[in-house]
Design a protein around this ligand. Structure first.
Ligand code: ATR
Length: 272
């Protein structure tokens, strides 16, 4: 049996083992997938040990995505762009490739929801690791324009600069959004985790607008509540992004594409 795991700290809350169990049940793949608490500062040691014992691949969650980026012997283009790795793959030659499946997981979730990205005006809130991680897959969908808005304006501007070769993209602060309209608004700030929201101007939603929160919860998130008040037409939290990054990881390891929708439905039911 091939062994896989997710490393993080904390890790008890991780749904990844349950998700991969369901992918195995669907596809008949025989593998084990466990969660492992790793002490801060001990990522390299833990990963070395895992792969030395024959481990085939890892998922990486907070706070180790930068450690995993540094650990990989080679990086996929999207991981290079993300400057973060949530997926490690042991290759036949013994080397370890670092990949990032968070962004494609989010984009695939939006497409599954029936949301269009192509030719749309997209607003991304936040300019940290979460937003950097999704920019390349998002720009690959050919939106008309992507605006990154962040509390610290310079971070938004720098991020836009880093990706300007991939599409039409700019960075600004929240106040500068006044009077603008967007088709798709994505919350990539961590504000919700501290029980707050960025202070945003009203009327950012164009008619038919969709709002997506990269975080998820049993109840509608603060950002989704804001979006509802603002008259957004479509809303989602990031549960499907979580399952989507897992599906992409499973595909990278097993070369079989699992179905995400039944897994999302099941997790949602269990969260209630
Ligand atoms: P992550 O890996 O989750 O992206 P991060 O790199 O620390 O975490 O980035 C957190 C993001 O949430 C940043 O864009 C941060 O804004 P700043 O760059 O100005 O710090 C944003 N953020 C966190 N708390 C916020 C709040 N209360 N209001 C607005 N933005 C917030």
């Amino acid at each position: 049996t091939d062994n896989y795991a997710v490393f993080g700290n904390p890790i008890a809350q991780s749904k990844s083992p349950v998700i991969h169990r369901q992918f195995c049940d669907q596809t008949g793949e025989d593998m084990s997938y466990t969660k492992q608490l790793v002490a801060e500062g001990e990522f390299k040691q833990a990963a070395d040990e895992f792969f030395r014992a024959g481990g085939r691949g890892l998922n990486i969650t907070a706070p180790f995505k930068l450690d995993a980026y540094a650990y990989a012997n080679a990086l996929t283009p999207r991981a290079k762009r993300a400057k973060a790795v949530n997926l490690l793959i042991k290759e036949a030659d013994g080397s370890v490739t670092g990949d990032n499946s968070d962004g494609i997981g989010m984009v695939n979730d939006m497409l599954n929801l029936g949301w269009d990205i192509q030719d749309k005006h997209v607003l991304l809130l936040g300019a940290g690791g979460a937003v950097r991680g999704v920019l390349q897959p998002l720009l690959n969908q050919n939106p008309a324009q992507v605006t990154i808005a962040n509390r610290t304006v310079e971070k938004a501007e720098e991020l836009a600069q880093d990706f300007h070769d991939l599409g039409s993209i700019d960075g600004c602060g929240f106040e500068a959004l006044a009077g603008k309209k967007y088709d798709l608004i994505i919350n990539g700030t961590s504000a919700g985790l501290h029980g707050s929201l960025p202070t945003l101007p009203d009327q950012l939603c164009r008619s038919g607008a969709a709002c997506y929160d990269m975080t998820y919860a049993a109840e509608p998130t603060l950002f989704m509540q804001w979006a509802e008040q603002q008259g957004a037409d479509k809303l989602s939290d990031g549960l499907g992004m979580l399952v989507g990054q897992a599906a992409e990881s499973f595909y990278a390891w097993r070369h079989i594409r699992p179905e995400v929708v039944p897994v999302i439905t099941d997790l949602r039911r269990k969260m209630k």
